[in-house]
Write a protein that binds this ligand. Structure first.
Ligand SMILES: NC(=O)c1ccc[n+]([C@@H]2O[C@H](COP(=O)([O-])OP(=O)(O)OC[C@H]3O[C@@H](n4cnc5c(N)ncnc54)[C@H](O)[C@@H]3O)[C@@H](O)[C@H]2O)c1
Length: 263
């Protein structure tokens, strides 16, 4: 009988991974998976999410750092705390996104300017700031992998029919910010390609989170796979991009969306 083989190409053990939005739905699934595989983790999230308390449940290999990614000083502090604690950074995962009050209510034709500013500040500027500071550190090291969480709504438009009989929605600012995240990824992926720093993104879609039945049914009917995604189904793409398995990938967008953009 042949022995089971552990393929080191997907190995993340011992790597220092900084994860923004680490206390959220997808963030928690990523933390769990990377911790189980021996990564050292820096969980960055807003103070209200209490990343320190969340990190404490994973022991010494994990720290939590309250961070506002839209604030350049806060991002600089996140980098210095990461280096102070772990000495280097191998992987940055930009997984944060903003859902300010009233986020789902405005229609494009009357979407409030302050909500637009907030969403773009966190989703797009915040991703730029972390890429800039952590990318700069990775360039000094001569190696690193940046993973930006995009969305199908940065690739294709949302279909208003999905939201006709339910309370869900997709605001114009979200789509615009995620389109920006994908182009930022392509730009930096090419810009840093010859200096050892890879930048890629992941495009998830429709992660199940106790949604109302009307939305789940309508989503499933419109999806090639006829179901929503489970949060843990993001893990394979994260392991791929965080490890040597993706050593020849940069500026790419890994679609984890059940075929949503394929028809
Ligand atoms: N859930 C989905 O169906 C879905 C689909 C496509 C893409 N995505 C993307 O995946 C990522 C994670 O989504 P999720 O569903 O886990 O979202 P979530 O709302 O559960 O988590 C987002 C996290 O970001 C944090 N955050 C908000 N503002 C921040 C700031 N200024 N600084 C630092 N952290 C901040 C929040 O506190 C929260 O913990 C997001 O980028 C989202 O756009 C999610």
């Amino acid at each position: 009988m042949s022995e089971q083989v552990f393929d080191p190409v997907f190995n993340v053990a011992g790597k220092t991974v900084v994860l923004t939005g680490g206390c959220g739905l997808i963030g928690r699934a990523i933390v769990e998976a990377l911790h189980q595989r021996g990564a050292k983790l820096v969980i960055a999230d807003v103070e209200a999410a209490d990343p320190e308390a969340f990190a404490a449940s994973f022991g010494d290999s994990c720290i939590g750092v309250p961070t506002d990614v839209a604030d350049a000083n806060s991002v600089a502090q996140l980098l210095s705390k990461t280096l102070e604690h772990f000495g280097q950074v191998d992987v940055l995962i930009n997984n944060h996104h903003a859902k300010p009050k009233g986020f789902l209510e405005g229609q494009a034709e009357n979407f409030p300017e302050e909500l637009w500013d907030h969403v773009l500040d966190v989703n797009l500027k915040g991703t730029f700031l972390t890429c800039r500071d952590f990318g700069s550190q990775m360039l000094k090291q001569g190696a690193g992998s940046v993973i930006n969480m995009a969305s199908t709504y940065g690739v294709v438009s949302s279909n208003p029919a999905l939201y006709e009989d339910n309370q869900m929605g997709n605001p114009v600012a979200y789509s615009a910010s995620k389109g920006g995240v994908i182009m930022l990824t392509q730009y930096l992926g090419c810009y840093w390609a010859s200096r050892g720093v890879r930048v890629n993104c992941i495009t998830p879609h429709g992660v199940w989170n106790h949604h109302e039945e009307a939305f789940e049914n309508r989503f499933s009917a419109m999806s090639p796979m006829k179901r929503m995604m489970k949060a843990e189904e993001i893990v394979g793409s994260v392991l791929y991009l965080a490890s040597d398995a993706s050593s020849y990938s940069t500026g790419s967008n890994v679609l984890v969306e059940g075929g949503w953009t394929a028809w």
